[in-house]
Write a protein that binds this ligand. Structure first.
Ligand code: M6R
Length: 614
């Protein structure tokens, strides 16, 4: 979603803003803009489209100046166009503001301001906010820092903002609530502000993550000052950034998605390295060790997540039930938060999120917290809002995921949840040690098996070429492979715009079978294991209706190969680990289909990488 970059320092802001906005492109956006201040002149450029379109409209004279703000907008209030793009100016033209989030009570504030003569040019809530700050500043005759704090105390909703004052080239003011914002503190008191650390990493490793309802003043003379909306002073907590620049670059691949698909042997290994001891079969996770009683006494686990993370949650449901014998409910965070869910103090809520910023998941956590549940987070982004809002948790160690379609985050999430389920089962005494040792050895083999699965790339590409013009596709799986069917369908639809649906294979006969004809590709996970024979029967049902079968099978399989139109082999593993390997061909397939259809795989239309609005 919207990306924010700000700079106050001794260099020129423009190149830093543009490079930073490009680093944030992965978040998804539809328009872009910058405001730069030099010698009292405020230059404002903004347009619908990409950052390169913005570069084309910025004139050479405006590219100097040591203070500026830049933004990529993902439309919420008002269509994507030049006027609605950020930055927005106050009525007197002195303040420029960029904003990520939604001001929920903007309509009433707007009416009030209009009645006092304010004129608005855009449809955005952001323009209302900058007028409101201007209004507070002039009415109360306070500093910009103070005006921002007071105005935000009246605002409902989510925001990350940066404000620049034409009459004060020495200051930037930033604030956040429910949308991320990080401040980099560079050499010679240079300040960098961004929605995540990727625009900052090459300038400084010293960062301050703003907490909710904090307002920060960056001043050339006074340095960095932070207060809460309630006006309590806070000491800025500067921490070292661990992110590496290579991790956020494409490294020779055509797209981030392809790079991230190929990173999975490493990211899966990193997600279990140091956490399992295969020789003696122990799981070492502080989130289990420090809260043994919670896990021991838990009556139920509720998993809250969205999208791909929700699919990882479905795999975890089977794992916790199989290994730890705890009842599990997997909830869409967006539904959970608006119900009146029954939550008991001995429930454990597991929140899964790659970005750690998903607004719905965050709201579900807050609700469960209020009701007294213990919250465990599984996040990828270190220092993200969700990782800081939970009681305990485990990072996935997938490294930065830039492609909007989640790939390596999914396999890393399942890997972490796998260990968690095993470790909790040990605490509860529901699994035999010999089984733990065997499963750990199988898990240890998974990165190499994923490497083998990635070798199917050329074969998958040939299959993609055959089905790239399909209008619909069905994905089927049973047991542990059902969530993978959902994930395969999501990957295809989100980056290639082909309508695809995932179903439990046996559910097909209750409706979707009506769709099957010779035009319909049906992707089936038919690996050898518990439901193998049943899935073979489902394949026969599809073939009897002339559907096309593309089956992911265990290496060496003969039965399905004789029935299917195409097979893709993956190495044999335990049923419980199949999702981590069988998802690989589906990721590759979606990637190749999207490329062949001319789609932008890293930034699919209408989508954002971190969904920070409800
Ligand atoms: O960052 P999160 O894991 O919380 O994001 C959840 C979903 O928005 C995300 O998985 C989305 O569905 C992806 N585009 C899937 O590829």
């Amino acid at each position: 979603m919207c990306g924010i970059v700000g700079y106050l320092g001794n260099g020129d802001a423009y190149p830093i803003l543009i490079k930073g906005l490009k680093r944030l492109e992965y978040r998804g956006y539809d328009s872009a803009g910058v405001a730069i201040l030099e010698n009292g002149d405020l230059s404002l450029f903004k347009c619908k489209g990409k950052v390169v379109d913005l570069e084309n409209i910025v004139d050479e004279d405006s590219k100097t100046g040591g203070i500026g703000i830049g933004h990529t907008r993902w439309a919420t209030h008002g269509v994507p166009n030049d006027v609605n793009a950020h930055p927005h100016l106050s009525g007197d033209g002195k303040l420029a503001l960029i904003h990520n989030g939604i001001i929920e009570n903007y309509a009433s504030i707007k009416e009030e301001l209009k009645s006092r003569g304010h004129i608005f040019h855009s449809e955005t809530d952001t323009e209302v906010l900058v007028h409101f700050i201007e209004d507070v500043r002039s009415k109360l005759n306070v500093s910009l820092f103070e005006a921002v704090r007071i105005a935000l105390s009246e605002v409902h909703g989510a925001y990350a903002i940066v404000v620049l004052d034409r009459e004060n080239p020495n200051q930037l003011v930033a604030a956040k609530k429910s949308s991320p914002l990080v401040i980099g503190v560079g050499k010679n008191d240079d300040y960098y502000i961004a929605s995540d650390a990727s625009p900052i990493i090459e300038y400084t490793k010293n960062v301050v993550y703003l907490d909710d309802e904090e307002v920060a003043l960056m001043d050339r003379k006074e340095g960095l000052k932070i207060v809460t909306i309630q006006n309590q002073a806070k000491t800025p907590y500067i921490q070292a950034l661990e992110l590496k620049l290579e991790a956020i670059e494409k490294g020779g691949y055509d797209s981030f998605m392809l790079k991230e698909i190929h990173e999975q042997p490493r990211s899966i290994r990193d997600s279990f390295r140091g956490r399992i001891n295969i020789q003696n079969g122990f799981v070492k996770m502080s989130g289990i060790d420090d809260y043994r009683d919670k896990w021991l006494n838990a009556k139920r686990i509720i998993i809250v997540a969205c999208g791909t993370s929700w699919h990882a949650g479905l795999v975890a449901e089977y794992l916790f039930e199989d290994f730890a014998r705890i009842p599990v409910e997997v909830e869409y965070a967006s539904e959970f938060r608006y119900r009146n869910p029954v939550i008991f103090p001995d429930d454990i809520v597991i929140a899964i999120s790659q970005s750690g910023e998903t607004a719905d998941t965050l709201a579900a956590i807050e609700l469960a917290k209020q009701k007294g549940a213990f919250i465990f987070g599984v996040c990828n982004v270190v220092g993200s809002t969700i990782s800081r809002s939970t009681h305990s948790g485990a990072y996935t160690h997938a490294g930065p995921e830039i492609g909007v379609a989640s790939t390596k985050a999914f396999t890393a999430q399942v890997t972490v949840l796998y260990q968690l389920a095993l470790g909790v089962a040990q605490v509860r005494g529901t699994i035999e040690q010999k089984d733990v040792i065997k499963l750990m050895a199988e898990l240890n083999a998974v990165p190499d098996q994923v490497e083998v699965a990635l070798k199917s790339n050329d074969h998958v590409k040939e299959i993609a070429a055959i089905y790239k013009d399909s209008r619909n596709a069905l994905y089927l799986g049973r047991g542990y492979s059902f969530p993978v069917a959902l994930e395969g369908a999501l990957k295809l639809k989100e980056i290639s715009y082909i309508h695809a649906e995932g179903y439990p294979a046996a559910e097909m006969k209750h409706g979707p079978i009506a769709l099957i004809d010779e035009e319909m590709p049906v992707f089936v996970i038919a690996t050898q294991g518990q439901s193998y024979e049943k899935v073979v029967s489902n394949i026969q049902e599809v073939k009897a209706r002339k559907g096309k079968i593309i089956a992911v099978v265990t290496a060496g399989d003969k039965t399905v190969s004789e029935l299917a139109d195409h097979t893709i082999e993956i190495p044999k593993t335990d049923d419980t680990l199949v999702p981590i390997i069988s998802v690989i061909p589906f990721q590759l397939l979606a990637y190749h289909v999207a490329v062949m259809r001319g789609c932008n795989v890293d930034q699919p239309r209408n989508l954002a990488k971190s969904v920070t609005v409800e």
